[in-house]
Design a binder for this molecule. Structure first.
Ligand SMILES: *[C@@H]1O[C@H](CO)[C@@H](O)[C@H](O)[C@H]1NC(C)=O
Ligand SMILES: *[C@@H]1O[C@H](CO)[C@@H](O)[C@H](O)[C@H]1NC(C)=O
Length: 139
């Protein structure tokens, strides 16, 4: 007798184009409570102000301007968000994780030493020095 067990796991295909957050909803594991799609407005998909430099003169020498589901309610469940980071010379963006999210960085000015450590293999470190116009992906 042979027993065969097949297991497959994957993210479900989205069944809707978007899921604008009801902004006062509680946080759930995989996204927040969606508003009725018929009630979506253009500003649910809009943010302004990312060109404004922020003051990075603080203990860590960096200032993050997040543009995630808090700022753009329509980003809920889409798996993307944005941020601007201003760095002081030798500033640092402390090591952190991005559960179920990928970050893509574009350097506009200066030189930036970036890297990540893999968690699903052998804790390999990938690092690189980036220059203006360079793009790097943090899986
Ligand atoms: C930036 O913040 C530092 C520390 O709070 C302050 O001393 C400095 O004046 C600020 N610079 C600007 C341009 O606002
Ligand atoms: C959503 O609510 C939070 C907390 O009250 C607030 O900071 C944020 O600006 C709101 N976002 C939008 C897009 O209204």
């Amino acid at each position: 007798m042979a027993l065969v067990s097949l297991v497959s796991a994957f993210d479900l295909s989205p069944v809707q184009d978007f899921c604008v957050v009801i902004n006062n909803s509680a946080v759930f594991m995989n996204g927040k409570v969606c508003n009725d799609p018929k009630l979506a407005i253009v500003n649910d998909f809009f943010f302004s102000g990312l060109l404004t430099p922020q003051n990075a003169s603080n203990l860590v020498g960096s200032k993050v301007t997040p543009v995630n589901v808090i700022q753009i309610l329509g980003l809920n469940t889409l798996g993307i968000s944005l941020a601007r980071i201003n760095f002081s010379p030798y500033g640092l963006n402390a090591p952190h994780t991005h559960p179920r999210a990928t970050a893509v960085i574009v350097v506009l000015e200066g030189t930036l030493y970036v890297g990540f450590v893999t968690s699903n293999t052998d804790n390999r470190l990938f690092t690189k020095v980036l220059y203006p116009g360079d793009v790097f992906v943090f899986p």
